[in-house]
Design a protein around this ligand. Structure first.
Ligand code: MD3
Ligand code: FE
Length: 207
């Protein structure tokens, strides 16, 4: 379903086996060094979703090759199979004509308890390639806004385990957030308490 120009939701894109494999990989990436961390915002607050990065390390509001706001370790490499997954996600949603440069960043957000994400735009990358979002675990309410301001009108969409969402074209710079995660809605066989979201991005940075 296209919820706005360039914003396409494809429910159940990952089957149970691929969800489990992606979750296993996320659990490995979450381990130190350069593992899961709490993101501190410039105003002195913390983000409620915890994060681990691959390829380039994101911190508010830029990218580095090392975990400058954590243990100082080099960021984990971005594996080739995630680039293939990202490209397949783009062609499955936006068509073969939407092919991009290779994906080289993954940001993985872990939501437990009351974790949420406020309305924001993702504008720290230099490429306009679509952002690919994969959801695992508990269902969330994903809020898609507009490009001009973080306020209404919104479109609220439920994202479930295995869902794909691709944000390209004019939707790439739209405000969005996660106002709510629905506890204990994950597929029981996945064995995940909470929610996990993997975004794949093209940095547009020099290697
Ligand atoms: C629309 N993540 O990592 S996924 C983020 O569920 C982020 O963890 C949320 O917002 C999450 O920046 C929402 C959907 C999403 C991700 C990236 C986007 C929507 C987007 C980038 C541009 C436009
Ligand atoms: Fe975002």
């Amino acid at each position: 379903t296209e919820i706005a120009p360039g914003a396409v939701h494809l429910p159940d894109w990952l089957d149970a086996e691929h969800q489990r494999r992606l979750l296993d990989a996320c659990r490995e990436w979450a381990r130190p060094p350069a593992g899961l961390r709490t993101v501190r915002t410039p105003g002195g607050g913390t983000m409620t979703a915890q994060q681990v990065c691959l390829g380039w390390h994101w911190y508010p509001y830029t990218y580095a090759r090392t975990v400058v706001d954590g243990d100082g370790a080099p960021v984990k490499p971005f594996p080739h199979w995630l680039d293939e997954l990202g490209r397949r996600a783009v062609t499955d949603t936006l068509g073969a004509g939407a092919a991009t440069d290779p994906y080289d960043i993954a940001l993985i957000n872990f939501y437990d308890g009351d974790a949420r994400m406020g309305m924001h735009r993702d504008s720290d990358e230099k490429s306009d390639a679509p952002v690919v979002s994969l959801s695992l675990g508990d269902t969330c309410v994903f809020r898609f806004g507009n490009t001009g301001s973080r306020s209404r009108p919104y479109t609220d969409v439920e994202l479930r385990s295995g869902d794909l969402f691709v944000f390209g074209g004019p939707s790439r710079l739209a405000y969005h957030g996660v106002p709510k995660v629905r506890p204990d809605t994950a597929p029981p066989e996945l064995g995940l308490k909470g929610r996990l979201n993997v975004t794949l991005r093209v940095s547009g940075f020099e290697a």
